[in-house]
Design a protein around this ligand. Structure first.
Ligand SMILES: *[C@@H]1O[C@H](CO)[C@@H](O)[C@H](O)[C@H]1NC(C)=O
Ligand SMILES: *[C@@H]1O[C@H](CO)[C@@H](O)[C@H](O)[C@H]1NC(C)=O
Ligand SMILES: *[C@@H]1O[C@H](CO)[C@@H](O)[C@H](O)[C@H]1NC(C)=O
Length: 339
């Protein structure tokens, strides 16, 4: 399948995952050609900065892993993220809003941290903050280079949406907006991290730097935004057409809300065209009242119980000094899968 008619990171990204081996020994001409999802300015970035490209491909793996973890308790569990599907590709659904936001955040996140770990030659640690730290604290360590991550990340992520030809104006606006929401969530995830020093761990002095939280924390933040995303329409506002909330009286779209143009299918049944794998055989939780409850997950079709044998460490004993011995215990648990 090709990435025809698409202009997005998700397409590139599914290509990247299917074409590149885990260890990336690549060369310019060969490698950048293996990624036909790239638009011209991305391909140029690839040829001129192969190191950066490796970081971006690493980000793609993170996006997939993190998306699936974050949505493990939902009907749409992100398993369709690397198959070209309508839900993520052509139409602007809530799910694509999340994936674009997470992708944009992940790319910039990975670049910012690659600067810190010395994987990129063209950048290094972020700047030392201007303000004077509180007593007992001093700046040190190596800050994540968020600025470089944001600049290079948006250059890559937004390139397809800035192309003249590709895609509808409404979709481009939507993806650009949601990518920016993702990057804002990343900015909000820059926190102070410290290490203790002093005699025998007294922590009389702390060395601190600005570091980014894990991508999974950013994904949880974006999932909350996904759940409360705003449906928008593409409508003239002043001299240009813009995205405006559909149901709420006139207010502009907020900078921190995810927006979507199309309602999603319910993801209950399998539908390859839409990119819905359905929820048959998904595990559900009989006692939960959330999205992973058997009622919600199985869409009212019912569920089948099965038993699983768990082997756990038990009756652990501490021996002076210094080891622990445990026995192995078996426990039978009942689990449920959707019909
Ligand atoms: C890139 O790799 C291919 C195949 O491994 C090889 O034929 C080609 O000469 C290499 N190009 C460069 C510039 O090293
Ligand atoms: C997502 O759901 C599909 C369909 O039930 C299932 O095959 C797949 O294993 C699930 N993926 C993950 C990562 O849980
Ligand atoms: C099921 O849901 C309940 C309540 O939310 C939770 O305490 C429990 O750990 C869940 N069980 C599994 C197997 O996830």
């Amino acid at each position: 399948k090709t990435c025809l008619n698409t202009y997005n990171y998700v397409c590139f990204y599914s290509r990247a995952l299917s074409h590149t081996p885990t260890s990336l020994h690549i060369n310019q001409t060969q490698h950048c050609k293996l990624l036909p999802g790239l638009v011209s300015s991305q391909a140029q970035l690839c040829r001129s900065n192969l190191e950066l490209m490796q970081t971006i491909i690493a980000a793609a793996r993170e996006v997939k892993k993190t998306c699936q973890k974050t949505f493990a308790d939902m009907r749409w569990n992100c398993s369709s993220i690397d198959i070209p599907s309508l839900v993520l590709f052509q139409t602007g659904t809530r799910e694509s809003a999340f994936v674009y936001a997470l992708s944009a955040a992940a790319i910039s996140h990975t670049i910012a941290q690659a600067c810190t770990s010395g994987d990129l030659r063209l950048c290094s640690c972020g700047p030392i903050p201007g303000e004077i730290p509180e007593p007992g604290y001093r700046w040190g360590g190596c800050a994540d280079n968020l600025h470089y991550g944001l600049v290079m990340g948006s250059k890559f992520s937004d390139a397809p949406m800035k192309m003249k030809k590709a895609g509808s104006h409404a979709n481009k606006l939507m993806h650009l907006h949601n990518s920016e929401v993702g990057r804002q969530a990343l900015r909000d995830a820059l926190v102070m991290k410290c290490k203790c020093h002093g005699v025998s761990g007294s922590c009389s002095i702390r060395t601190c730097w600005r570091g980014l939280q894990d991508l999974k924390d950013i994904a949880i933040d974006l999932k909350t935004k996904y759940l409360s995303a705003t449906k928008v329409v593409h409508r003239p506002m002043g001299t240009r057409k813009q995205l405006v909330p559909k149901d709420i009286d006139i207010r502009p779209v907020r900078e921190n809300e995810l927006v979507y143009l199309q309602s999603s299918p319910d993801f209950c049944a399998k539908n390859d065209k839409l990119g819905s794998v359905g929820t048959q055989d998904r595990q559900c939780n009989k006692t939960s009242i959330g999205s992973d409850s058997c009622d919600m997950m199985c869409c009212g079709r019912g569920y089948n119980p099965y038993t699983e044998k768990l082997v756990e460490r038990c009756h652990c004993k501490y021996h002076w000094c210094c080891y622990v011995t445990c026995k192995k215990c078996e426990r039978i648990v009942e689990r449920y899968v959707c019909k």
